[in-house]
Each structure stands twice: as C-alpha cells, then as structure tokens.
Design a protein around this ligand. Structure first.
Ligand code: AMP
Length: 549
C-alpha cells in the first residue's frame, strides 16, 4: 500500500535555531558572570558577534565538521559562547569535567581525540600535567581573566580575546543535518573508564523543548536562571540552551558556583528566580540560610537532581521558602528523564510524598522496569522493582568508540542501571543504583532509603550508607554520618539506631554508624560510595551490631 506522506517541511532540528533566537529575539537579555575581579555583564546581543568571531577562529584553526573541541572551563559567558559557536559551525563541543583526576582527563581527551582545547586561566594547573600526553590536541586556547599572561610555559597557547579580535563579526553558518553530533559528555565513570555520550543536534533541540515544557522544568523568558550545576555535567542539564530558546537571563557563578554565600549574593543581586543543582549544594545552602538568617523570596524553583532528594532537605528548603523540584536523569538521557510535579487534585497531605519521588517520565520519553535476572517487564504496582529502561529521541543508543554495547537491550531500550518501583499512576521510586543496593541474607536493602532515614535525624547533616562484606549475611549496611556542626561529637551510634527503629525494617538497621567529618563527593558533587568502600574498615563481626545493642 502506498504511504501517504504528510506535507510538512523537513526542517532540520539544530542548535542554530537557538542561536537565531538569541540573535533576533533576546538581544537585550543579560548574561552575568561572577569573576575574580568582580561581576562581568554582557547581553545576548553583544555575545552574538563574538560567537560569529569564535566560529571564524575555529575555522581558521582548521576545525572541520565532526572535529571535537574541548572546554575545560567554569560556568561563564565564554563557555556559553563556545556552547553556540562549536556545534553551530558543525564541530562537537566536548565539555571536560574539571574535577577529574589528571589520568581520567588524559584518557577522555585521547578517547575523544580532541583537536582544540579551550581552558580557563585558573584551570591551567589541571592541564599542565597532561602536556605531552594528549597528542591529538593541536591548539590550546587560553581564556584569560584580565590582560593575557605570558605563555605560562605552555607551547602553542593562543589567547581567546586576540583570536576573536582577528575575525569578522559575521559568519556564514553552514547548513547542518539534524543527525550530526553537536556535543559530547563523558559519564562520571564510577565503575571502569568513563564513556563518551554523543548528543546530536536533533536530540539537543528536542531536549531543549522538553526542558521548557510546562510540566517539566518550565523555564520561562521571565526567569533569571542561576545554574549551579556545572556546564560540564550533562550540559548543565540542558539549561543554557533552554535559556537561549526561552530568552531567560542567565547568571553564572564562575569558579564560585558551589559556594553557598556566593550563590545567595548573586541570587539577591541578579534577582534570580530559578536555581538548579545536586542535593549536596542545597544541603549547604540550606545550612547557610539558616545560619545567616537570609532568604531568597524571588526564587520560585530549585531544580534538584543527580541523587535522590532526602526528605529532610525538602522540608528544610520548604521552611526557607524554597520549593525543590525533584528531577531524575543521567548523562545518557541528555539528562532530563523525569520530573516530580504534583498532579491537579492532590490532597495537601499527599504532596510531599509525591514531590520526593523521582516523578513521572518526561513527555517524549518512554519508561519500563525490567527484572534484572529474567529481563521480563514488571508491573507498575508500586511494589515490584527492577531496572529502569528508557527510550526516546534524547536517549543514548550507544557510546563513542562503541564501548559497552550491552547497555542497549535487543529491542532498543537503554539500560540505566537504576533500580526502581513505579506506581500505577507512573510515579518512579528509585530504590538504588544496581551497584549500591545492599544484599543482606538474600534480601535487598535500599542504601538510598536508609540514608534518607538517617538524614532525617535532627543532629545529622549528611549520611551515606554502604554495604560491607559479612560472613553470615553476605553484606550488612554501615552508615557514614556527618553531624551538624553544633552537634559534632555530641551524637552517638545508639541514638541514630534508636531513631531508625520505627522507620525501617528491623533487619535494615545498620551494623555500625561511623561518624566522619565529610562524606566524600564525586566530581559532580554526589556521595562517592566508591571512595567510602575502598577505605572502609571491615565490620566488627564479633561485637554485637549497633542494631541489637
Ligand atoms: P550522571 O550521569 O553523572 O548524572 O549520573 C546519573 C545517575 O545519577 C542516575 O543513573 C542515578 O543513579 C543518579 N540520579 C540522578 N538523579 C537522581 C534522582 N533524582 N534520584 C536518585 N538518583 C538520581
């Protein structure tokens, strides 16, 4: 039977459209960056000629379609210029995670075969140990603050501002195909080597529309956005492009991004309405607000994702007038996967429970849970739990260089490695990462749930739970807890276990509670359980476990 085609245009979905919008519609919107010497202020209108010059410079440096251009940079206006110039001229923007160890950066740069590398001056010390070990990098461009310094002992280093000054204010943007690679991010690599996720223009365009959608993050033209989430962490969760599409003001914290005092000062000065970052940032911010007595009444949304939101954090933020919007996702999902919006008609007493879930899958993405042993799809009954699998136009179908082909199921779904239940009305409840779940006597203990229960204790600021080997039970949970400063050395293991007794099943009660000064964090600010596991002393099996004392 002949296929009857629709008669709509084959308009290529590309980031050039977002560039067109900032040029034609949002010229007056400000882009503000906190720098060492003070606040730097520009507008989209002033940025566009610089983006054109930058594309000209990239071309002059020999960058061709598909070449990778790396950035080692904080959240700032130049990084945003690269966000536009690199993909729009047909190359691939590769944002490097500046919190990685040199050997990881070396691996990633070589794996991506980056051709040009842009580096913020304050991050040069990170780059120096890599020199001579990254042969594909032909040119390093220094983004200096203040007058350009001497070559800093680095060969072939060009100055960003001089490069731009030598080019024309207009650039003949090429026609792009929507399936071309636009950007690249490596996974944080908690197990094995990091893997490159390659976004296409099409996936970035559709993801941008998804981020803006009213029941997703709902960023608007009237917002003033401060993305605390780094621009190297899944493209700052897609917010810079969403801001460009919508025309929101953007405020960058530079190298002060994660510091609560700087966030509050910037938010006050720049009338910020929209914040986004991982829970550890908001735990610190909440403590700072409580201590300083300051408040941020203009902020209407605090997007929180990257790890589960502890109930205590949501309640603290609520009490400070800051409304957390909980979202789930991963580098491989661009990253928006689901958002915890409360549906119409929800009783007030049910709201908190729903806001604490990972929410419902974003329009455009499909989700299922599957039995890790049999691969069978499981029901959405709020009881059965299995691995989350997703598919959709902004979900990865593979990694750069063909790593880990098994991440895609035979029928084309992406295996996330997250274990969850789904309620009949589609609310996702993440139980754990498959590698963090604690297997005790053949049963599962959710490290995430146990952590949340411990963090609800009034004397506790942060807590991470890991399973440690046990001769009888296989694994048993051990809590690593950080007391709030005023309760340091004034809280005991017994108090914590007593507190947990009516909150979790008896066999979930931890064998030990170990107090530490700080929970180690990953390069993107999540609890780093790998580090805890590596340095953990074995459980004292002879002694009565904390739970049974
Ligand atoms: P990354 O690619 O570094 O952003 O890490 C993605 C992983 O972070 C996911 O696979 C989850 O394990 C975890 N994650 C992200 N958001 C959440 C959330 N809201 N709740 C629980 N875990 C999350």
């Amino acid at each position: 039977m002949a296929v009857v085609e629709g008669l709509m245009q084959d308009y290529e979905l590309s980031l050039q459209h977002v560039l067109w919008r900032i040029e034609r519609l949002h010229q007056k919107k400000e882009v503000v960056t906190k720098r060492d010497e003070g606040i730097h202020r520009t507008t989209y209108g002033e940025m566009v000629p610089r983006i054109n010059r930058l594309a000209g410079a990239l071309k002059r440096l020999g960058v061709k379609p598909g070449d990778r251009v790396a950035t080692l940079a904080w959240n700032n206006n130049r990084h945003l210029e690269l966000y536009y110039a690199v993909p729009c001229m047909g190359a691939v923007l590769h944002t490097l995670n500046l919190r990685l160890f040199p050997q990881h950066l070396e691996f990633i740069i070589n794996d991506a075969e980056d051709k040009v590398l842009f580096v913020d001056q304050s991050l040069l010390p990170l780059l120096k140990p890599l020199l001579g070990k990254i042969p594909t990098v032909e040119t390093i461009v220094l983004m200096a603050e203040g007058p350009a310094p001497a070559s800093e002992g680095l060969p072939q280093m060009l100055d960003y501002e001089k490069l731009l000054a030598a080019e024309s204010e207009s650039y003949p943007w090429p026609k792009l195909s929507e399936r071309m690679a636009a950007a690249m991010c490596y996974t944080s690599g908690t197990t094995g080597n990091p893997k490159g996720v390659v976004y296409s223009h099409r996936s970035q365009f559709i993801h941008t529309m998804g981020v803006l959608q009213g029941d997703n993050l709902a960023l608007q033209e009237s917002d003033s956005l401060l993305p605390v989430v780094p621009m190297f962490h899944a493209n700052s969760w897609g917010l810079p492009y969403a801001a460009g599409m919508a025309g929101s003001k953007v405020v960058f914290g530079g190298r002060f991004s994660a510091d609560p005092k700087s966030i509050v000062e910037l938010a006050e000065q720049e009338e910020v309405t929209f914040l986004a970052g991982v829970p550890t940032v908001w735990i610190a911010l909440g403590a700072y607000l409580q201590e300083s007595g300051k408040r941020l009444p203009r902020v209407r949304t605090v997007v929180c994702g990257g790890s589960a939101v502890p109930q205590s954090l949501m309640e603290t933020m609520d009490s400070l007038g800051l409304r957390i919007l909980h979202a789930w996702g991963m580098t491989e999902t661009s990253p928006l996967g689901s958002v915890a919006r409360v549906p119409a008609g929800t009783k007030p007493e049910d709201e908190l429970r729903l806001r604490l879930t990972q929410g419902r899958v974003a329009p455009g993405v499909e989700i299922r849970i599957s039995d890790p042993a049999t691969g069978e799809e499981l029901p959405w009954d709020g009881v059965a739990f299995g691995e989350i699998q997703v598919r959709g136009p902004w979900i990865a179908r593979g990694y750069h260089n063909g790593y880990d082909p098994g991440k895609l199921t035979e029928d084309g779904w992406f295996r996330t490695g997250d274990v969850a239940k789904i309620t009949p009305d589609g609310y996702i409840l993440i139980v754990d990462r498959t590698k963090d779940v604690i297997k005790s006597g053949g049963e599962w203990i959710s490290s995430v749930e146990l952590e949340n229960a411990v963090m609800a204790h009034p004397k506790i600021m942060e807590a991470a739970v890991i399973g440690l080997p046990h001769s009888k039970w296989d694994e048993r949970p051990v809590v690593y807890a950080v007391a709030k400063p005023e309760f340091k050395d004034k809280v005991t293991q017994e108090e914590i276990v007593e507190f947990l007794k009516d909150k979790v099943a008896k066999w979930w009660l931890p064998d030990e509670v170990r107090f530490i000064d700080e929970v180690p964090k990953t390069s993107v600010g999540k609890f780093d359980k790998k580090v805890l596991r590596a340095s953990a002393v074995p459980i004292k099996e002879g002694a009565a476990p904390a739970a049974r004392k």
